[in-house]
Design a binder for this molecule. Structure first.
Ligand SMILES: C[S@@+](CC[C@H](N)C(=O)[O-])C[C@H]1O[C@@H](n2cnc3c(N)ncnc32)[C@H](O)[C@@H]1O
Length: 260
């Protein structure tokens, strides 16, 4: 019997190229973990763990990680990529219903997955999972649209997919976190890294872009071809892409007990 009772964003079609997405900025992760005060050996739950872009740095910092992921194809990739770490375990679940035990974690993280949840429900579930004084963390990698090539790509997307919206993945989650009544005002951390990447691999990773894929529909292949052509013309074999990792870290309120 599956424990997934909530609907979830099924990433199966996007799984094979998702692992080629850029990593989160190491300085942002370090700063966020300093805010939380976690120490090596502490237990963390990484929700919507997917291909483990966030789980791996958490493991590298010495945390024990319970990785929760609803999409089987993503879970398989994450399991393969973390196979060498003795302190990780994987299970099926969603942010709203993880299936993990009460008050078991110092840290609950959502790497590019909080936007895929019913956020108030996911925050209630996070509060249930956390030990007193524990922390919630959510983060995303945002391409910098000030970069001329990235701006041209945005123009291309807007011309092919009129009204295209990034939705919650580019929204500041502060309000929903504070309004839950469960967490303190989050600390916001941002760090930009310019990734120099193989152009073909970077273009291939666009096929894992669910937010674009969903809205582009039948136009998706055409948009991807257009992006590849632009990159070939402007960047050649190697592309420099600035990404800003944005993280929000919030502490469980001492008086959260009644609300969770
Ligand atoms: C954009 S990927 C991020 C994967 C990884 N955490 C990272 O940082 O790269 C989003 C992941 O959220 C998962 N997901 C979809 N709906 C979810 C939900 N309701 N709760 C938790 N995860 C969900 C997807 O299956 C997918 O693996």
């Amino acid at each position: 019997m599956t424990q997934v009772e909530y609907e979830y964003a099924d990433f199966t079609a996007y799984a094979s190229t998702y692992e080629q997405r850029p990593d989160y900025a190491p300085r942002a992760i370090e700063a966020a973990l300093r805010v939380t005060g976690v120490r090596p050996g502490d237990p963390a739950c990484d929700v919507g763990s997917g291909s483990a872009h966030l789980a791996i740095p958490l493991l590298e910092h010495g945390l024990r990680v319970d990785a929760v992921e609803p999409t089987a194809a993503m879970r398989e990739i994450g399991q393969r990529r973390t196979a060498g770490y003795p302190t990780v375990s994987w299970s099926e679940g969603v942010g709203e219903r993880t299936g993990r035990p009460d008050h078991a974690y110092e840290l609950v993280t959502f790497g590019s997955s909080f936007d895929r949840t019913d956020q108030p429900a996911a925050l209630r579930e996070t509060a249930r999972l956390l030990r007193p004084g524990g922390h919630f963390l959510c983060c995303w990698n945002h391409r910098d649209f000030d970069d001329p090539l990235q701006a041209a790509i945005q123009d291309l997307i807007a011309s092919k997919v009129p009204g295209f919206r990034y939705g919650l993945r580019r929204d500041d989650p502060t309000r929903v976190i504070v309004d839950s009544g469960l967490f303190t005002e989050p600390v916001h951390i941002a760090s930009t890294v310019v990734h120099e990447l193989d152009s073909a691999a970077w273009c291939a990773a666009w096929s894992s872009h669910m937010t674009l894929g969903d809205q582009a529909g039948e136009q998706f292949e055409e948009v991807l071809d257009g992006i590849s052509a632009l990159v070939r013309e402007r960047a050649g074999d190697r592309i420099r892409v600035p990404y800003t990792t944005r993280m929000w870290v919030a502490k469980l309120r001492e008086d959260a007990g009644d609300a969770r």
